[in-house]
Design a protein around this ligand. Sequence first.
Ligand SMILES: Cc1ncc(COP(=O)(O)O)c(C=O)c1O
Length: 387
Amino acid sequence: MSLQLPRKHNATDTTIFTVMSTLAQQYNAINLSQGFPDFPIDTKLSNLLHEASLNGLNQYAPMAGLPILREAIAQDFSKRYSITLNPDTEITITPGATYAIYTAFSAILSPGDEVVVLEPAYDSYIPNIEMNGAKAIPVKLLPKTFAPDWEKIKASINSRTKAIIINTPHNPTGTIWQQEDWNQLAELLRNTDIFILSDEVYEQLVFDKQQHCSVLQQPELRERSFVLYSFGKAFHNTGWKIGYCIAPPTLSQAFRRLHQFLSFSVNTPAQYALAQYLSHTERESPTELLQNKRNYFIELMQQTPFQLLQPSQGSYFQLVSYAGMSDASDIDFARLLTEKYGVATIPISAFYSDKHDDKILRFCFAKKEETLTKAVERLKDIEPESF
Ligand SMILES: Cc1ncc(COP(=O)(O)O)c(C=O)c1O
């Protein structure tokens, strides 16, 4: 017997997040690598989940999601962004944003199609494109500022280009798109049939009184866009894996055509809890909470030999350079930092398809103050010659 297992994508078999989290466990290191909070979620949300299950909400939800949750999302977007959404035809609840990205790609891609991906990029994008038989066209963001390189983006577009994927606030760089960026994209895509996937999972985490600027606020672009969100990032419950896709009715229909056979529906008690929490509960602002953590982390890092890049404008992440400390590759440096000093981070080369290495690490600051303090205590003791 010779069982054939096709390689559905060209990426690594084990993601860097799994590698670094496993290493962190092995060396009992403080894990600032993977993007998940180590602080508890609001007990009101936990209680609502409990209540849902006790009240018998334990069977399949409707395919597009619980109506009360879709309604609550529509009201939330109306309140926070003055965006009008039809909960029946434009919102689909999904088991997380990663699934929604895969499904949106699946709804539009055929073999031979190309998708423009701005790098560094969240590591699921390119494998998701390849698993759908299409080809990713990576275009690097500009050095230092990580702003879009419009000349290169323009040059990457041709008759095979089916989509471009945007991520704001951005993982891993913590940059955000401004209105001007969307204007540039609108100009580029005018008179084309190119779709947009806009990954806005960190939309509630935009700092320093800046506003999140969504593709949903761009009338010219909205009609060609699938916009992906994750409750995990807004309410600190990444393990619940509940997200949603907002798209115009015809695009949502194409998305649901696949979703009904991929997952069909999503965890009912969690949907109920999120609906009640969104509509009725006084909540702490995740923006302020995470901004304080970013500030705390930046302040502490001044005591270490690392060099911070521009302060994160949004997301869970701060980039930090070790260029003045060592010539080691970022992967080797991150490994040694975990093994010798007990702090796990993510090397930025993992976010580039060509493994581009600028000696930058990504730190997740979505952690308790005591975790950040402990990590920096260890980083202060670093002897650069040990790398
Ligand atoms: C940019 C980006 N998109 C999507 C996701 C995944 O969201 P979910 O956990 O809801 O699948 C993450 C998680 O780290 C992310 O950083």
